[in-house]
Design a binder for this molecule. Structure first.
Ligand code: EPU
Length: 417
């Protein structure tokens, strides 16, 4: 088990370079098996979710060559074997092997996926879509078995704009016969990035990034190439950090348009923020105005930035509301924040946050990835020492967090206990 020790209340200044987006990379890696040959993915973040997916590729007899942030994945000797719970449970994104293997091999055996404890996380929309394309789906002993004689393109309407289902159904349909139209598709920037990878392999996809994606099946895909787009959630987390304890903290290598829902809120709060072409510079101010945030699908306020943002709301002058609409269980970090001196009352999926509160260091537990990141922000804002337990959750999604924060002046250390 790993523990993070933070000496807080230091002003942070300098540059934090944002890496490739976790939620794009975790789909791009499984997507590589749709191609015959070698694919190249650049700007892959060095996070534990990457390694968990590479382990699955190795089980499938694919060869992965890692050089810095570049992956070369050779699927020439792909062997379609059952993916056991030991591997599938490590992360949510293991389910992208369902769509990819179904598309390529028309057969998948995979145990249920894992992931953060932020809600029930059903996959019925994915399964309904696979069935619409012609797959038969059985669940035996916690294992999904998906099989199709052939997959035939069709119209699929998603009852919710699910990110994962949109991606999985692109995977399952790129090699299907005829045309698939995904209606009410998720529009996240990552989806366009993933579609561009498939297009580089020879797939025929139009409309990715809108709510109607049209895929015309092709017979075969060949090794493709893509650069992972910058991580808007990692960027958002550090931008909020700048508003908490920054002095001209520069978050660079980003696409500011992808986080306008956050930056417009920060402007409403009267923060000191400058938005440039590929970076944002932000400093702490004495009086932040309170605000209300409600998480929504893209391009609304991202659910993955709600928890870090709740820390900033503890420092605003007055009452703010944080309403979560995507996941039922996004308030796991609140007891820890209250233990550190925050004044937050949770009712169902909403939190009322009364600020400003003086936060003080103490021992807390990361219950999930973004909740854990919120506690790191709180620890860096608080006076005294904060000990964050179960840091593994955070390392799933934030590459080199210790080094990135130390480089801008944070006193932070990760220890094995
Ligand atoms: N949903 C269903 N049935 C489904 C699929 C989803 O009911 O078959 C529900 C979910 O329970 C949830 C909502 O629909 O209430 C949204 O789920 P979605 O499928 O969009 O989420 P996801 O694909 O499982 C991805 C990210 C999450 C991010 C969400 C929303 C990955 C690996 N995960 O999850 O990221 O919160 O989209 O933007 O891409 C994170 O990075 O910390 C994280 C949790």
């Amino acid at each position: 088990m790993k523990q993070m020790i933070i000496e807080g209340n230091n002003t942070l200044t300098g540059k934090i370079k944002i890496g490739g987006a976790k939620n794009s990379a975790v789909a791009l890696i499984p997507a590589s098996i749709l191609a015959s040959g070698i694919s190249q993915i650049d700007n892959v973040p060095n996070i534990s979710d990457r390694d968990a997916l590479i382990d699955i590729l190795n089980i499938l007899n694919c060869n992965v060559d890692i050089k810095g942030d570049q992956l070369k994945i050779d699927t020439t000797n792909l062997r379609n074997t059952s993916i056991d719970e030991k591997y599938s449970k490590k992360l949510r994104a293991s389910y992208y092997f369902m769509g990819a293997l179904l598309g390529k091999e028309k057969y998948v055996e995979m145990c249920i996926p894992g992931g953060c404890n932020i809600g029930a996380r059903p996959i019925d929309i994915h399964i309904d879509g696979f069935k619409a394309l012609g797959a038969k789906v059985k669940i035996e002993n916690n294992k999904y078995i998906l099989q199709a004689d052939k997959l035939i393109g069709t119209d699929i309407y998603l009852r919710f704009q699910s990110v994962g289902a949109t991606i999985n159904l692109m995977f399952a349909s790129v090699l299907a016969e005829g045309k698939t139209v995904i209606h009410n598709a998720a529009k996240e920037a990552e989806i366009e990035n993933i579609a561009n990878f498939l297009i580089s392999m020879g797939a025929n996809i139009e409309g990715a990034g809108t709510d109607k994606i049209i895929i015309t099946g092709v017979k075969e895909l060949y090794g493709g190439k893509i650069t992972v787009l910058p991580d808007r959630i990692e960027a958002g987390t550090y931008i909020i950090l700048g508003a908490l304890v920054g002095k001209n903290l520069c978050i660079n290598n980003i696409i500011p348009k992808h986080i306008e829902s956050l930056t417009s809120k920060l402007i409403d709060m009267d923060s000191d923020i400058t938005i440039n072409e590929d970076n944002i510079v932000i400093s702490k101010v004495d009086h932040l105005k309170p605000t209300n945030i409600k998480t929504l699908v893209y391009p609304g306020f991202p659910t993955d930035i709600g928890q870090p943002m709740s820390v900033l709301l503890t420092q605003a002058n007055g009452t703010s509301l944080f309403e979560e609409t995507i996941w039922e269980n996004r308030m796991g970090h609140v007891p820890s924040l209250n233990k550190m001196g925050a004044n937050i009352t949770v009712k169902n999926m909403s939190a009322m946050i009364i600020g400003p509160s003086k936060l003080h260091g103490c021992e807390v537990i990361a219950t999930d990835l973004r909740g854990g990141a919120a506690l790191v922000l709180a620890g860096l804002t608080a006076t005294g020492t904060t000990i964050v337990n179960d840091v593994e959750h955070i390392l799933r999604g934030y590459e080199n967090i210790e080094t990135k924060l130390r480089n801008v002046g944070a006193k932070i250390e990760i220890k094995e206990i």
